[in-house]
Design a binder for this molecule. Structure first.
Ligand SMILES: Nc1ncnc2c1ncn2[C@@H]1O[C@H](COP(=O)(O)OP(=O)(O)OP(=O)(O)O)[C@@H](O)[C@H]1O
Length: 444
């Protein structure tokens, strides 16, 4: 896998390449291209995970038409398309919004802010796996009664404009439910934009959500639309909504009440046209704690509440989900199709599935990669039975194994973040998906 930068200015390309090579892990080599005509061959030569795409290549042109055409052409490749971040030398808000609507992951204005460029690229790379997965998958699978009821509710709620709050444990399928609501709504042709509110730094939250004008704060070198504007005509999915600090909750409430947002530094509010679906894995009792979440905001968000059942409450769906993900990964890794032994299926059904469908999905991926026999056996899934190991005895750091150190770092980050997964991931410098994998490994 590699990353491409396509920019007609070799100095700009080189500056971005040097910066990214210095700041990102060395697992993703960065290549430079100068001409759009080189792109097709470069994509054929080897799989490309991410493309940083300039929008103007012809002298004197600033309308970005060539960049947009390239973007649309690329995205027709479907799941094989790289994730695209567009760059524009001009503070062209309309162009940036058009690129986002066409399917770009995000945009950067030149001259860029180094930290922002690195963060945007890291977020795009982290999004790559779920994006691929979403392309391969995935309807909301499950035939158990609670899933049938959930699907019926989605069907009746989706066509309305009602705000929906999706509740459920981590990895249970809340985002999938939100996508399903979007797809079955009149907004299906518009954008589905997910924002992880737990992952946004408090200082930039307002500008990310509502946008900012040029010069509204020190780093605001150009105008930038917020997520509310970028999702116009579509659905805005506010993930981990309970992680929003109380001060920001007030601002979100005002935006929802007035149906308008005021970008930082702007005089005039802008009307918003989004359907709001939000989600949290906080249980309802905690959500109704006014120290944590404003009741008036909660009542705005929870016109309709959908509850996604944890997997242990619908164990009859385990075989079907395993079958789905085992065959998906077998195709992806070019492995022969195999079935689970009866004993493996029984053990998988009995597993506690603390991380829900996400954990099951990862376990299936492991089994496909590791299994040697004609059938999948329980051991192939790399699941550990029984409770998590007791927390570490205090011991001199040099006596800890790498595994123990990792476990201790996870414990410490989760403790500091008070269980807030996005925040813990940020403390550890991991994506949320990477943190979940490690939590599963340590049965946390
Ligand atoms: N019913 C389902 N059928 C098929 N796949 C599912 C189902 N539920 C969840 N998944 C898969 O499990 C993974 C986690 O799902 P998703 O991201 O929707 O969960 P979540 O509840 O939003 O997680 P988090 O709490 O981390 O935000 C995804 O890969 C998704 O495709």
């Amino acid at each position: 896998m590699s990353m491409l930068i396509l920019d007609d200015d070799p100095d700009v390309g080189l500056a971005a390449k040097l910066l990214l090579q210095r700041r990102l892990p060395p697992t993703c080599p960065v290549r430079l291209l100068q001409r759009p005509a080189e792109l097709a061959a470069a994509l054929e030569a080897e799989p490309v995970e991410l493309l940083l795409l300039d929008m103007n290549f012809l002298p004197g042109r600033t309308d970005g038409a060539q960049g947009l055409a390239l973007l649309e052409q690329l995205l027709r490749r479907g799941a094989a398309a790289p994730v695209v971040i567009v760059m524009t030398a001009y503070a062209e808000v309309n162009l940036a919004v058009a690129a986002l609507k066409a399917g770009a992951f995000d945009f950067i204005t030149k001259p860029w802010d180094n930290a922002r460029l690195v963060a945007t690229v890291a977020a795009a790379l982290a999004s790559r796996r779920p994006a691929q997965a979403a392309a391969n998958a995935s309807a909301l699978l499950g035939e158990a009664r609670p899933m049938q009821e959930l699907r019926a509710l989605i069907q009746s709620v989706a066509p309305t404009e009602a705000n929906v709050l999706v509740l459920g444990e981590m990895g249970s399928g809340k985002e999938l439910v939100a996508r399903e609501l979007h797809l079955q709504s009149a907004r299906a042709a518009g954008t589905f934009l997910a924002v992880d509110l737990g992952a946004l730094a408090e200082s930039t939250l307002e500008s990310e959500l509502f946008g900012h004008k040029r010069g509204s704060f020190t780093d605001a070198r150009s105008e930038r639309p917020g997520r509310f504007q970028a999702a116009a005509g579509g659905t805005l999915f506010l993930d981990e909504v309970a992680n929003l600090p109380l001060a920001s909750q007030a601002k979100l409430l005002t935006a929802l009440e007035r149906r308008e947002v005021t970008p930082l530094g702007a005089d005039q509010p802008q009307a918003i046209d989004v359907r709001i679906v939000s989600a949290t894995n906080l249980d309802e009792a905690a959500l109704f704690d006014p120290q944590r979440f404003r009741a008036d905001l909660l009542y705005r968000l929870n016109t309709i509440v959908l509850r996604v059942p944890p997997l242990r409450e619908r164990r009859e769906d385990v075989p079907l989900l395993c079958q789905h993900y085992l065959s998906q990964y077998a195709a992806q890794y070019a492995k022969p199709p195999r079935h689970c032994s009866e004993a493996a299926l029984a053990a998988l059904r009995a597993h506690d599935w603390h991380g829900n469908v996400r954990a099951l999905r990862h376990a299936c991926e492991r089994a496909v990669i590791l299994a040697q026999g004609d059938r999948y056996e329980y051991a192939d899934f790399g699941l550990r039975a029984g409770p998590a190991p007791a927390s570490l005895e205090p011991a001199p750091a040099q006596h800890l194994t790498l595994h123990q150190r990792e476990r201790a770092a996870l414990d410490e980050a989760l403790r500091q973040a008070q269980g807030n997964i996005s925040q813990a991931a940020r403390l550890l410098g991991l994506s949320r998906a990477a943190l979940y994998r490690r939590m599963e490994k340590h049965e946390l």
